[in-house]
Design a protein around this ligand. Sequence first.
Ligand SMILES: [Zn+2]
Ligand SMILES: [Zn+2]
Length: 367
Amino acid sequence: MDALRELDEDAWLWFQDKSPAQWSRAFFRDESKCDILLNNMCESFNSAILPARDKPILTMLEKIRMDMMVKNANRRVVCEKWKDFVGPRIKKIIDKIGQRATQYRAHRSGEFIFQIIGTGEGGSKHAVDLGLHTCTCKRWQLSGIPCVHAICAIRFKKQEAALYCDDFLMPSSYMEAYNPIIYPIAREDNWELVDYSIAPPPYKQQAGRPKMKRHKKPGEKENHPPPPTPKEGKLSKAGIKMFCKICGQQGHNKLGCPITKAKKAAAGEGTSSGAAPNKRQRNEVNRAAAPKGSTNVKDQVIRSRKTWKKIKQTVESTSGPNVGASTSQSNQQPPTQSSQNPAAGSAQWKESEPMQPSQASSEYAAF
Ligand SMILES: [Zn+2]
Ligand SMILES: [Zn+2]
């Protein structure tokens, strides 16, 4: 702790009122064989029930029951396919830890007791007992998975590390956890009726719309795509209180400053339209000044539909009889038909929508 105090006084102070059992590996209880420090499990359960949470009580319970039923069954099916002594996730962890085992040397002390010494500079020293499943680094007791020292000792004995995992991590325990079957049920109208009434719980309307999203920490990003990596030496401004450059007050920047606003207002009165208009003002001006339907996508579509009618009329009036006379020919050669179309309309038309002339020609051919 003194070393920490030398490093950072604030960090040392922060730890003062916290029990060592909450943050120091030496004081953790080790009977659970679980090294999870965070409540992520609750969080993922909460996020899974989110679609059900705002439903009426029967719908909600039924949805959660369905989810649990399917999940438990799927877990059992998956587990039956495991061929190792442990599940794939534990196997992966063991493999990862095992990669570092070459940095240690094992020295035999008893049949199952080993002294493990790190080969690197200032290498660590630990005592491993393969019989009791203990190591003085305490990681093995905490997680139930052999620590790097234990794996070193296990390899010395030319045995499989997975065999030394705790029983909690074996597929049999996994199976036992998901073994209780949640049975399917029929719809509500098939349920047994009871002859007493169940009163609804007291209900108090809360202010505002119920929140669906988790409260995020100040540092957590709201947007989903990964944020651009900050330039070196630049920190995020999240959570930092901003002060105005102009008046020095907290809670607004120089754009929102009353002084700037007053200045702007004064300038605006003096020159009326002389001040540079902002984007919204410009847009409003443009919208008012623009001719009807010149830039609007919707209007363009309508315009092309109008031209379509116009062209249709001209085509019918000029080449209509020809088409009727030579139906079989035009069926065989639609491209020539379209090329025979009068120029004035179709040229303009082709510019706007290149796909339609061929459709048109085939349609006329069918007439
Ligand atoms: Zn260890
Ligand atoms: Zn200000």
